[in-house]
Each structure stands twice: as structure tokens, then as C-alpha cells.
Design a binder for this molecule. Structure first.
Ligand SMILES: C[S@@+](CC[C@H](N)C(=O)[O-])C[C@H]1O[C@@H](n2cnc3c(N)ncnc32)[C@H](O)[C@@H]1O
Length: 238
């Protein structure tokens, strides 16, 4: 029997050609692929990225990871999916798990990894993280020479975001969607508008970029895939 293996793959920020060659080669030899879905029974963006690289016989299992604050509900799902992945490997199957951007950054995969642990049958394939794609697309560098960079989730307390913005040359602000008003006010207070830009749905068909945050209303509705880049050493206005 062939030895089972699990491949956790970052599939990039959205565009089908911002995925690594290694990931596409692995995708083309999977028995089963696990894809996280945003909503129960809903579509998986990660799955739509990789579909063109899959063989017809690969079984696809979409799994819904609740975003609710109910910790117990989440733990049950993570336990179940981690167990399913391990069972498939023990049955000798080639198993894939896909995740957007890079697999090791703000990714559900890490909750599964915490349960699975380091294994000789596990390989993690890196992906282009959203902020790398945004920096390239907007022509805004991240950090150079002695400069420092922080990657923050806007779900962090405002005081921590402020500390990071004061301490580092470059700050990536992820998960900005429903915290935009707070973050916008913070950037205004720290006089950082001319060093900041906001990008939503980078590399996807609905991609949007705002280079003048002073012209974006505080109640502007934003998609979940929205990120702010700040570089104090660079002016973002064209
Ligand atoms: C759960 S995290 C996933 C991060 C992912 N693992 C990565 O490496 O980019 C979701 C956050 O990533 C950012 N993000 C992911 N894809 C994006 C995209 N295509 N455009 C803009 N932001 C994106 C947003 O800040 C979003 O709230």
C-alpha cells in the first residue's frame, strides 16, 4: 500500500496563477482534498483557485469552520477535521488541505497543526501571503535595511495597534473589515494617512484600492478580504 501523506498548502491571495508550482504538482496527484468554506455548505474561495489543477478523480470535501466566538463549537470542528485528516493518511491516501495566502499565517490550518503535530507524513507548502501580493500590486515596499515590520490583526486591542504603528516602519493591518472606523481614526491621530493604503480582494475580480484614506468614509463597508499597509518611509499617494 502506498504511504499516506498530508499536504497543507497555501494557495495564494486569490488569482489562479499566484500559486506555487509545487502546490500545483501536488494538487494533480491527490486522492482527497479538504477545502475550508466560508459558510456552511457555501463555496470555498481556496477551492475555486485550485480547481483547474485537480484531476477528475480527486474527492473534494469542503469543511465549514465556524467564525463564532463560541470557543467550544470551534474546538469540536478542529478536533473532527484533524482526526479525519489523520485517518485518511493512515489509510494510505494522498490528502491535501488548502488555505488562502500562506498556510502558516492567520490560518485555520494552524489550529489543525496544533492537533496533528510534526509528522514525517506531513508537508507544508508555503503560499504567497496577501500582504506580499498587495505590496507588489500597489508598488508599496514593505521594509528595507534596518527598518522593521509588524503584521497585526485589527481584532487586537487598539492600544496594541497604536504601539505597533509607533514602533515599526511598516505595519500590515489584516482583518480590517469591521474595525475600519477605529483603525482609520487611529491612523488619522498618528498622522499616517499619507503613508497608508487599503486594498480589498487583492488579485480577485473585484479588487479595490484606496490610496487616500481621508477620502474613505469611516462607515465604508469592506469585504472580509481587506488589508491596510502602512510604510512610514514611503508616500502612498500617487
Ligand atoms: C484569516 S486571514 C488569512 C491570511 C492568509 N493566510 C494570508 O497569508 O494572507 C484573512 C485576512 O487576510 C487578508 N487577506 C487575505 N486575502 C486577501 C486578499 N485577496 N486581499 C486583501 N486582503 C486579504 C485580510 O486582511 C483578511 O481579513
Amino acid at each position: 500500500m502506498m504511504k499516506g501523506r498530508l499536504y497543507a498548502m497555501g494557495v495564494g491571495p486569490g488569482a489562479g496563477d499566484l500559486i506555487t508550482v509545487r502546490a500545483t504538482r501536488i494538487l494533480a496527484r491527490l486522492d482527497v482534498l479538504y477545502a475550508p468554506a466560508g459558510r456552511k455548505g457555501g463555496d470555498s474561495l481556496a477551492l475555486s483557485i485550485v480547481r483547474e489543477y485537480l484531476l477528475p478523480h480527486t474527492e473534494i470535501r469542503t469543511c465549514h469552520f465556524p467564525m463564532s466566538s463560541n470557543g467550544e463549537e470551534k474546538q469540536v470542528v478542529w478536533d473532527e477535521v484533524a482526526q479525519q485528516l489523520q485517518n485518511e493518511v493512515m489509510e494510505g491516501r494522498q490528502v491535501g488541505f488548502i488555505t488562502l495566502g500562506d498556510a502558516m499565517l492567520f490560518s485555520t490550518w494552524v489550529f489543525l497543526l496544533a492537533r496533528i503535530g510534526r509528522q514525517e507524513w506531513l508537508e507544508i507548502v508555503p503560499g504567497i501571503t496577501s500582504f506580499a501580493a498587495i505590496a507588489a500590486r500597489t508598488v508599496l515596499p514593505l521594509a528595507m535595511e534596518q527598518q522593521s515590520m509588524a503584521v497585526m490583526s485589527c481584532t487586537a486591542p487598539e492600544a496594541e495597534l497604536e504601539q505597533a504603528l509607533k514602533a515599526h516602519d511598516c505595519v500590515v493591518l489584516m482583518k480590517v473589515y469591521n474595525r475600519f472606523a477605529t483603525v482609520r481614526a487611529l491612523l488619522a491621530r498618528l498622522n499616517l494617512f499619507e503613508h497608508a493604503l487599503l486594498m480589498a480582494d487583492a488579485s480577485l475580480p473585484g479588487e479595490q484600492c484606496w490610496r487616500c484614506l481621508d477620502q474613505v468614509a469611516a462607515d465604508q463597508p469592506l469585504p472580509y478580504f481587506s488589508t491596510i499597509l502602512v510604510n512610514k518611509q514611503w508616500h502612498t499617494k500617487e
